[in-house]
Design a binder for this molecule. Structure first.
Ligand SMILES: [Zn+2]
Length: 264
């Protein structure tokens, strides 16, 4: 879609694709570390960070809280939205157009719809959500014109995709071990070698893909392979109990700076 490419050019002015993708990579790594943290604390390993696009600063984070809160809708995106609204209020949602969401798994239809109604700037996700995905896998809410037609946002899939899949596999293997009748050993074995191909064309045109990931990655698009050759095992196996404190510090930092800006 032409619109998506124009959007990329205007939003990322001055930044080369490489600089931009390195920053994006770092944000997705943070989201993955948080997903691992969620896994270590008994939750489904899905997490996100919201980044203020003009300053590249973390503004909010979220992880799945469906087990602890016992509500099926406590998805990572809602926790992050809540954090943004704590600072900026609920009435004026204009801050969302300046936000890029990095989330380890494609937003579900419910979250994709909420994000669109709030006017989110863009969404970058790791692996697709084959059952409930709202950004291309099942529905393409971000391009849909039935709700908030004025809010169409850019969606980029596939960033650190295998890392996001691996965390989900850790979770399913563990859940199966906890089940009263564990399945046979063969189904329980953790697969660290094989990954399904990613069909980029479900989500992006070739031109959109190139505008974000760069021309040199074109063969990934054509061969339905991942962008990075190696899997980042360090991020998957990370264990960091002070992560929440660190993220809260970054949030506070942003809050203070944005207040200063408003006072000027
Ligand atoms: Zn959701």
């Amino acid at each position: 879609m032409e619109g998506q490419i124009k959007w990329l050019k205007t939003t990322n002015k001055g930044n080369s694709i490489l600089e931009m993708s390195q920053a994006a990579l770092a944000h997705m790594q943070t989201a993955l570390r948080l997903a691992k943290y969620a896994l270590d604390h008994g939750e489904t390993p899905v997490a996100c960070v919201m980044v203020h696009t003009p300053t590249n600063k973390l503004i909010a984070y979220g992880m799945n809280d469906t087990n602890k809160s016992l509500t099926g809708i406590a998805h990572a995106e809602f926790m992050a939205i809540e954090q943004v609204q704590e600072v900026f209020g609920r009435k004026d949602t204009s801050i969302f157009k300046d936000i890029t969401l990095y989330v380890t798994v494609e937003p579900c239809i419910m979250c994709a719809s909420a994000l669109k109604q709030l006017g989110i700037g863009s969404v970058v996700f790791g692996c697709g959500n084959e059952r409930f995905g709202g950004n291309g896998s099942i529905l393409s809410i971000h391009k849909d014109s039935s709700t908030s037609p004025e809010n169409r946002h850019l969606v980029i899939p596939g960033l650190l995709r295998r890392e996001a899949i691996m965390l989900l596999r850790y979770f399913y293997v563990r859940e199966n071990d906890k089940a009263p009748k564990p399945r046979t050993k063969s189904t329980r074995k953790l697969d660290k070698e094989t990954f399904p191909a990613i069909d980029w064309s479900i989500y992006l045109t070739a031109a959109e893909f190139e505008a974000y990931y760069g021309k040199d990655k074109r063969c990934s698009f054509e061969n339905n392979t991942d962008i990075n050759e190696d899997i980042d095992w360090k991020v998957i196996n990370s264990s960091n109990d002070s992560l929440i404190q660190e993220l809260d510090c970054l949030r506070n930092d942003f809050k203070m700076h944005s207040h200063k800006r408003h006072k000027r």
